[in-house]
Design a protein around this ligand. Structure first.
Ligand SMILES: *Cc1c(COP(=O)(O)O)cnc(C)c1O
Length: 435
């Protein structure tokens, strides 16, 4: 039996995928060509009017994703902020969002001085469900933000039926799921507004940047008004909205070079995503006979795009082994695995529990429309809380998993087998840890 690296043995994993983001020759060529073109055509470096390369990229993105309109932004966070402004969410309104996400799915709510109301997650795919959302709806709910966490699509059908019945707009945070499909349709095109990120670590990148999608002309125009330069407001047809054009709000425009880079990447997106699926599929298959770990679930009619591979620790299968010790042993083999991604459910984070967001004066909670005192407590979202506390696992490097990575995957699997062969050593270490 091979000696564990944590006990001084040889490390199993020697190969690693190349880092991400990675620019291909095509991206470099496109950037160079754009820089040259900018000498005679300034719109290659500055296009606040949304014409030129930025407009072309928007058109192409919308077509690819299956919506009428796309709007570029300087990030996924700004896209979410614009979405809430466009949806008409106001100070003191309630917005339903997940506690199991990246912080920006929630900070956008605070940014408009609305009050986040947290809904629990599905234990298999870690996203909110129609059921968990319905439990949190009140007459003060003005929007729902769903997150396709890790790249797995939310079960949008029942959520949209519920939201339509109640007349509440649904915003999709698709920042981790560019290209993912739900029942044959792209995520981000299923709700009222979809928000994307093309920043560091996402499926396709532009350096920094984001996009917003919608089929609704009114929401599109309100978004333009919120985040784009007045020279672009010629696109606004609603005279009432147009009259606000002098009141510049946020400078959330995309850098044209980001559009140039991402426009090339967009053409490779489906290939990248299917290669990720193939590599992770090999890992999932190989993990079937490893005790202590349950691979991420992919639901029927869903195409997962794996921003992060997030399996679940199953303590019953490795009795006496602590999750920390098991992960530490794998880490020593140079397996890129961590204890968690979310770590602490957002509703239990200090600034929320203490109502101490930024200004520190109790805003937005003091502004509640019905004067309710909204508090966040342990037990509000038991599934998400339990996952963070004891079963969450993450395997990093998602977007880098393109091409054929089977050699690396096989090394990863060897590391899992080695750790499995040495569970007794880990039991001993777990006991020591307890003392
Ligand atoms: C990355 C990310 C964002 C923010 O995108 P930026 O481009 O970094 O502003 C928002 N939500 C989720 C779920 C993300 O993963």
């Amino acid at each position: 039996m091979a000696k564990l690296a944590i006990e001084g043995g040889k490390k199993t994993v020697t190969l690693h995928p190349a880092p991400w983001p990675r620019l291909g020759t095509d991206e470099v060529k496109a950037v160079t060509a754009a820089a040259r073109a900018a000498r005679t055509n300034p719109s290659y470096l500055s296009s606040p009017d949304g014409r030129g390369i930025v407009g072309k990229f928007e058109e192409r993105f919308a077509r690819k994703m299956g919506t009428k309109y796309a709007m570029t932004t300087c990030g996924g966070g700004p896209a979410l902020h614009i979405a809430l402004m466009a949806a008409g969410v106001q100070a003191g309104d309630e917005v339903i969002c997940p506690t199991y996400s990246w912080g920006q799915s929630v900070s956008c709510v605070l940014q408009v001085n609305a009050i986040p109301i947290f809904a629990d997650i599905d234990p298999d795919i870690y996203t909110m469900t129609a059921k968990t959302i319905e439990a949190k709806l009140t007459r003060y709910t003005r929007a729902i933000i769903v997150v396709h966490i890790f790249g797995h699509p939310v079960d949008m059908g029942p959520i949209m039926r519920l939201a339509r019945k109640r007349g509440i707009p649904v915003i999709e945070d698709a920042a981790q799921a560019t290209g993912a499909k739900y029942k044959g349709k792209r995520v981000g095109s299923l709700g009222d507004i979809g928000c994307f990120s093309i920043g560091d670590g996402k499926q396709i990148i532009g350096g920094e940047g984001g996009l917003l999608l919608t089929n609704n002309r009114k929401l599109y125009e309100r978004g333009l008004l919120t985040g784009h330069h007045p020279v672009r407001h010629y696109q606004i047809t609603d005279p009432e909205l147009k009259s606000w054009s002098d009141s510049l709000i946020y400078t959330y425009r995309m850098h044209p070079m980001a559009a140039v880079i991402c426009n090339v990447m967009l053409g490779k997106m489906d290939r990248f995503n299917s290669e990720r699926r193939r590599n992770y599929g090999r890992l999932t298959k190989g993990l079937a006979d490893i005790p202590g770990i349950k691979p991420p679930v992919v639901k029927r009619n869903c195409e997962h795009v794996f921003h992060i591979y997030s399996p679940t620790f199953v303590p019953e299968e490795v009795e006496g082994v602590k999750r920390e010790v098991w992960v530490e042993a794998l880490g020593a083999e140079r397996m890129p695995i961590g204890l968690g991604y979310v770590w602490q459910p957002i509703h239990l984070r200090r600034r929320l529990v203490r109502h101490a967001y930024f200004s520190g004066r109790g805003v937005p909670w003091t502004l509640h429309r019905g004067k309710k005192d909204i508090r966040y407590r342990k037990g509000d979202c038991p599934v998400a809380e339990a996952r963070c506390a004891s079963t969450e696992l993450s395997i990093w490097g998602g977007p880098a998993w393109m091409g054929d990575q089977s050699k690396i995957v096989d090394q990863f699997l060897r590391a899992f087998h080695k750790v499995t062969d040495n569970l007794d050593v880990l039991r001993k270490r777990s006991k020591q840890k307890r003392k």
